[in-house]
Design a protein around this ligand. Sequence first.
Ligand code: SF4
Length: 739
Amino acid sequence: MSGNDINRRKFLKVMGWGGAGAALAGCDMPTTVTLEEGKETVVSYLMPEEYVIPGQGVYFASTCQQCPAGCGVHGRVREGRVLKLEGNAVSPINEGGLCQMGQAGVQTHYNPDRLTKPLLRKGGSLSEVTWEEALATLDEKIGASSGIDGGKVAWMTGTVSGHQSVLLQGLLESFGGANHYVYDLINNHVAAQVNEAMYGTARPTYHLTKAKTVLSFGADLVGVSQSPVHFAAEYAKFREAPRGVLIQVEPNMSLTGGNADLWVPAKPGTEGALAMGIAHELINKHGKDAAALPSGLSGKIKAYDLAKVETLTGVPADKVRFIAKTLAEKAPSLILTGASIESSENGYAATAAAAMLNVLLGNVGETITSSGGFPFPQLDAKTGSGADLLQFADAAGKGAFDVVFFHGVNPVFTAPSYLDLEGGLGKIPFKVSLSLFADETTNQADLVLPLASALEDWGTHVPAYQPEQAVISMQQPLMEKLYPATKGFGDILLDMLKLRKVEGYTDFSDYYAFLQDAFAALPTEFKNGVDNASFWNQTLASGFISIPKQNANITANALDIAITLPGENINYGLSLLPAIRLGMWDGRHANIPWLQEAPDQITKAVWGSWAEIHPKTASRLGLVTGDFIKVESVKGDVEVPVYIHRGVFPDSVAVSVGQGHQAYGRYAEGRGVNPLSLLDSATDGKTGEPALYGTRVKVSKVAVNKDEMLVQFGGSESQVGRKLAATITAEVFNRTEGA
Ligand code: SF4
């Protein structure tokens, strides 16, 4: 290999296009373009730019950053200010849709509690400093001549991808490459590991539109999922004629469960046994071939007859029969999994048992296909896991770090209290938070670097879940920064790379210049046959780069499945179900008034926390809706108002997630409770993921707290006998009108 080849490979790596799949043919070394060269002259609106018509909106494409799904947005900008976000109709991810969290992106941007200046801890409290002071402090701590031991530096981020991830990897390599903890409370790490073992790919593509029946074990397709808007669009097509059948198994009704033809509450932690029971029925009553399964598994399935499954799971035998019959008769089908099955003490085996139903039903290669991989591994999404949080907390508690950076995470809020994360952070001499807001983690930092909002920043993003058409989503500023002393994530990373004097990055004036060079360096076959300038402009206009999928066959490997069941706990008799919903998400949106005001999709509650309890359990405990209860685990307790309904498994209590902030601004602080603090140390035995659905609690009635009353949107749930909307049962309809 010539010296030129080596330089070229290095150059492609710096630009993010390096890696096994990146084609190396045909791109020229571009020259660096600086922001100054592209900068417009700032003039008064008395002399507006040609495209600025006072009173008339102009639309710009960008990428939503309210969750990691990477939906394309169009921002309506008028007189230099972004007013409204809508879905980008040509984005293959969201096809024009935008969820409520995406719509509320403007309230993140205009939030009055945003950080506006760097803050440095001096004498115990945080004080405003200039960027020069902030960077000088960083230089002293981690600069090239600081003498820092790279092994004692760590980053904790949420999901990260695109060219920000390239810069972060460059920075991590300068410290020796270790210690990047990627943490997301909402993740599908267990399913990803099952997929990896089964199909050799963590992220296969699911085809709802090819399925006639979908059996979902807790996959909240239209709510909290890997790609909520994409799956909502797929779900809508699945329900078009001929209408697909949706069966949802979960202990607490999700938005998807509320839309299902059949909602099946199963005892938390027993979904794997239910999957085995369905397999038993498919083999014994519907002639499905057990030989399709790995040897040894069919023997295990024999033990799950319907009577046993009913006893274990609480799901009546006739419902299991119906599920199996529907799957057998309305083929092809698709079996999906979500948090309630994956995030249990037996999550891996239960998820694998559900996945094996896809093999038994012949869905692999039909409704599940290979994603084909992504050709630029440097840019691909690094998705978070809960196991990374546990490892980080353990290492921090042992004093393993001297400097830690946080971006896109708030572990002090989302970590279970038993981890004593605050204690662990206390052992880190210098903590840096890159954040828009003073959340619970940022308040522990020694240096706070205020971020530009997603609507003010540049970036590229590779959605972890890619539909049939893969993309690199483009993020561009929709307006000038509201606060001049904030900085984009990419710019801060570039600043640090310069402090570390990392070769290849020091010549870029800013992240914008880096991105322009990176685009110019993209192998030509991805550029639609146009020159660099046209390609850049085309991408800004469309909002994404299309990446052709690489076709690959998918086959299923055998997995060893050993179903275990949760033990009983006499002292703590109820299962705690963290109710994670679209809106609050993991608590990151509690500071957005629109999302506080938007009613929860199931309970219609607003601006606070609640606990969902089944009427049978409520009657045993003497509770009515609006009463207050203490929910107590071995790790702590919270007091919360009760909402009684049938959308929760008896002997469980579902407590909403997202409220209970001690910091995070005027709209978030001091309301509701944080049930994540109650979680005990249960983990999935195979993957080490925290078992969010594995904690046992007890409940007792307490005095009403008038400051935390249950507030629900929509008034009465009863027609009080007025027959405003007439209803009729299916049985009566069939007997009378149906004929
Ligand atoms: S699903 Fe996520 S990325 Fe898509 S619009 Fe909603 S918040 Fe934004």
